[in-house]
Design a protein around this ligand. Sequence first.
Ligand code: SPV
Ligand code: MN
Length: 649
Amino acid sequence: MLEKKKGVDIVIEISGITTVEAAKKLFEERLDTEHLSRIGQISHSEVLLKIANAIAMCQPDTVFINTGSESDKQFIRELAINNREEERLPMTGHTIHYDLKDEQGRIIDRTFYIANEGETVSSLANKMLRPDALRDIREKMTGIMTGKTMMVGFYIRGPVGAPVSNPALEITSSAYVSHSAELLYRNAYAAFDREVERVGHFYANIHSEGPNRLEDLPNARVFMDRSFQTTYSMFCTYAGNTLLMKKGNHRFSVDKAVYENRGKELSEHMFITGIDGPGGRVTWMTGAAPSGCGKTTTAMAGDHFVGDDLAQMWISKEGSLRSVNPECGIFGIIQDVNWEGDPRLMEVLRKSGTEVIWSNLLIDENGTPHWTGNGEEPPLKGRNFQGEWHQGMKDEKGNRVPISHPNARCTLSSKALANYSESSEDPNGVETRVITYSGRDSDTMPPIRVAKNSDHGVVIGACIVSAATAAEVGATGVKRAPWANAPFIPGALGDYMDAQFKFFGSDTFAADKRPIMAGLNYFLTHEARGGAEKALIGEKRDVKVWLAWLERRAHGEVAAIETPIGYIPRYEDLKNLFKKLIDKDYPEALYDKQFSLYVDNIVARIDLQKDAYQKEPNLPAKLFEVLKEQRDGLMALKANVVTPAQIEG
Ligand code: SPV
Ligand code: MN
């Protein structure tokens, strides 16, 4: 169990401001007239206390209360340039930001949940007991903003008025973090008090980059206080470690779904996108995939873009599944984004006028950004995530330095996208009919399979895998990535899994509104299907066809072949969709390659999952029942490779 408001609220313990009067007194001492009047618009006492204590702890020279107005946004943009956190590029609205070269991804080793005595924390994560975290934060954050401006932003994660939206404060001395927050989240300064009253809580995030030096990185920390829904981040700049409204607060929302609203709400690492179906209908889908497995590409392949990273879901009174995006922008991986696979994104990135913060890629002498896999001619030299770069350059270990960091990103508002959907702002969310789960699976699962029922669907999510990194090669070369959400599940995995079964199995769904749940896999290789090459069998543009088939299936308009691991498409239906949607010939031999069941591989995969999950305490028995049912069904096929035609009989 998770107990909220248990123990001391660390920032309050450090600064000792416990009354609204004392908070107001501090504001009068520290804020100029303009900003004093701005904070005067906020009346919620806990919000005021959090801000006052953060000021007292961090001791900034100046406090900037960000109302989200155009002139405030401009102030933040300019501060980022003046602080040298960003540099302007020739393309209007574009800037480049570099994180310190050893901090261009999430620093998992220095990330901790603050826990109370006896609290269970995910077996994948680090925890620190409250008194130790208090000591560490006091030591590292006291006075950390001396000489700096503290920006205080008031946001809402989700549309104002949505039942699952969560108000959040972002308090930072980094203008880059604040600038990113303005692009990625809805500024809700005017509605903040009301929204905090409505939902009964708010998240808070306190960050400072400090002196922003390589030598401070060992001291960098990311803390998440689950009891007080407050994050602390210091001596780092990468947005995944500092803009904790993103994954820090996502974790609090996972807690909320699992421990407060079990069976009624979910907080997922999923895109949200709408597909145009026959007769002018739009069918909404959400899908999970681990970082770097095509989540943004899939979201962009939809006709109506809502989000590419996070989804908050609930079941409406009418019995439909609703989804909203807590964000309103993209912090997308840029590697392999190119004209062929991501034309809509390229359109925005290569055209002047859109506000874009690039990070950790190469800028050539003309000020043009370049990255690995962009399909364009690479420059001979420039400046990149490690400093000056030239073609053929090697690092200390003798490895070639790529143009861009594999986690280099672009930050932009969703509104800039040609397929941006106005439904993104609907407080009722979008009615979601399809849920997908995918990962980098080079040799086992077919491109699509639809779960027989919600329990099987939950198990598809539980069994996501992604290719192992060089350092993590296991027996089968894959890494398990439950729901692609495991890094963000603060509590026990068994509790989260139980919440999944309860939500998708809920009897509050109307019979005709229950979503279909599907496994998606874009990463099958020729090698795994009898060919010689490691190249992928599919192309990025095929995504449109897979999504369209799921769209038809959700409305019961295409039949399917029942297999032990779910329903797979029939050849004729796919052939027609390939022709109609992307004008591509789809030979039956290719279909057989993609959709034949490679029974030995699948059984090995099931066993891998079973063995790993057996080590996890208190898992719902349903997981093992579903895996056994699938395994028995596969064994009954009595062959290693079974074509769809053979299964149909
Ligand atoms: C991811 O890695 O899944 C991201 C970026 O979306 S981060 O903010 O680092 O989580
Ligand atoms: Mn993500």
